[in-house]
Ligand binder design. Structure first.
Ligand SMILES: [Zn+2]
Length: 291
């Protein structure tokens, strides 16, 4: 009797069980929540204000991976420096193989190196992995997430599909608004710390004339900084785009020498106070190059 009662108590719970999805970065969490709705419990691993290349491994992250039913990562080797060791430690078969969705496989990566050499800095061997900063790439990302959630939880597939359609319609409206706002930004020139904003710039025809780091992952040098100042004076630039996690000392020096304004920008939700949502993230980028 007790056993039957116990089974009866478990049944409704399992019917309404939520899919526990661990995601690498906040932007992935935001899209997953929109598609998954009440059927998913999203746990973001890396805080949005941190350098996405170097996330400090903490025991709490291992715990999140250990209890996850599925894992969604950016891919393109962005997580290579921090996530594989945590996944190993978590030792959770559910997130192995098809239990992990790698979003980079669903978008076209730019800047794929023809040859790999350490002499060219800490390059991303699969190409530039910061594809989510082109808001148009959020559409294939959302589609991939909807298909992944449906595969993991077929009972709610129709709802994931409905949520995807709603999200896509709203996102297309946003894209149109950003296109309009950015129409006059095409042809502008910028300088940035690392090539993190390249997808955004490319989407709207803005040219990056140089990075403050001489090579990917290599800190600024005097020689390179002087050359960059010369390039700004020669070619002109509307602004210096900077992430929140590298020191802005060199950027401030360049800004003072060239009179080009420095704009510290979010690269993900939570990186700055105003970047409270996916929409607010791109609003901040659009605002920075159009003001
Ligand atoms: Zn990078």
């Amino acid at each position: 009797m007790k056993k039957i009662l116990f089974a009866a108590m478990l049944l409704p719970l399992s019917l309404f069980a939520t899919l526990k999805v661990a995601v690498a970065y906040p932007y992935i969490g935001a899209v997953t929540e929109r598609i998954g709705g009440e059927h998913v419990d999203v746990k973001v691993l890396a805080p949005g204000s941190w350098d996405p290349h170097f996330v400090v491994p903490r025991p709490s992250l291992i715990a999140r991976l250990r209890t996850a039913d599925a894992l969604i990562i950016n891919g393109g080797e962005l997580e290579i420096g921090w996530l594989p060791a945590l996944v190993n430690r978590a030792n959770n078969a559910k997130i192995g193989g098809s239990g992990t969705l790698e979003l980079s496989r669903h978008v076209t990566l730019i800047e794929v190196p023809k040859t790999l050499s350490r002499a060219r800095g800490d390059v991303h061997p699969d190409g530039n992995p910061h594809f989510h900063l082109d808001p148009r790439n959020i559409l294939p990302v959302a589609e991939a997430i909807a298909a992944f959630l449906s595969a993991k939880d077929p009972a709610n597939a129709a709802e994931y599909d409905r949520n995807l359609k709603t999200f896509e319609a709203a996102w297309r409206e946003r894209l149109a608004a950003w296109d309009e706002a950015m129409a006059s930004a095409g042809g502008k020139r910028v300088v940035q710390y690392h090539g993190i904003f390249n997808y955004f710039l490319r989407a709207y025809g803005i040219e990056s004339i140089g990075t403050i780091e001489p090579l990917p992952g290599i800190p600024p040098s005097t020689k390179h900084t002087v050359a960059l100042i010369d390039a700004i004076r020669l070619e002109g630039a509307c602004c210096i785009l900077h992430d929140v996690y590298h020191p802005t000392k060199t950027a401030e020096f360049i800004a003072a020498r060239t009179d080009v304004p420095l704009r510290v920008l979010p690269h993900d939700i939570g990186a700055t106070e105003s970047a409270t949502s996916l929409e607010a993230l791109y609003d901040a980028l659009v605002g920075a190059v159009t003001k």
